[in-house]
Ligand binder design. Structure first.
Ligand code: ATP
Ligand code: MG
Length: 177
């Protein structure tokens, strides 16, 4: 079998209805930083305190940003504040995908932008294909467009078997945020 160049940046997708997509993406930072990789994490549709906002400060070369109105998007209805935050975040992402400053770029919950109609596949595909050489990209979200699954090099589905939410347990500090 032909051995592929491991320096080549790939596209990874973690999706599905179970817990673990964001934690898997964040876990990858541990590995990347150990090799001296600069890492960018952009969390979309989120603006609230999470442990990772603090813990990445202990890791050299990791930058994290959240873009969200701070309110949940109810029934898929995008408010002006959501749209404004989305545009700010997407502008930053485009700049860094093309710029090559980061070796690993985690786009947490980017997939929701397709569902909400904020991002079209064609635009996303163009930016991904034009990204700086060697940039590994991780995209998470519950549901992802077929086109993204086709374009990605690695796709993992996280399937819910059980979740404490089913027995009424609220999001837990240190575990869910
Ligand atoms: P995590 O951030 O814990 O890795 P995730 O990224 O896989 O979770 P998301 O789809 O982003 O999960 O959902 C965000 C929150 O919803 C997380 O706190 C997660 O624990 C919770 N969650 C995930 N799956 C379920 C589920 N099937 N039922 C209820 N809550 C869930
Ligand atoms: Mg998540």
């Amino acid at each position: 079998m032909e051995k592929k160049n491991t320096e080549e940046g790939m596209i990874q997708v973690y999706f599905g209805n179970g817990k673990g997509k964001t934690t898997a993406a964040l876990g990858l930072i541990m590995r990347a930083v150990g090799h001296g990789w600069p890492v960018l994490v952009v969390q979309f549709f989120k603006k609230r305190f999470t442990g990772e906002l603090v813990s990445v400060q202990y890791l050299p070369g990791v930058d994290i940003f959240q873009f969200g109105s701070g309110e949940f998007i109810m029934g898929g209805k995008v408010e002006e504040a959501d749209r404004k935050e989305w545009l700010l975040g997407w502008e930053m992402v485009k700049k860094h995908l093309l710029g090559g400053k980061y070796r690993l770029i985690i786009l947490d919950e980017l997939a929701y932008a397709f569902t909400l109609g904020l991002l079209g596949w064609d635009e996303c595909a163009r930016i991904l294909s034009e990204r700086a050489a060697g940039t590994e990209v991780v995209i998470t979200g519950r549901t992802v467009p077929e086109e993204l699954v086709s374009a990605a090099d690695l796709v993992s589905e996280v399937r819910m078997i059980k979740h404490p939410a089913q027995k009424g347990v609220c999001a837990r500090e240190g575990i869910e945020y």
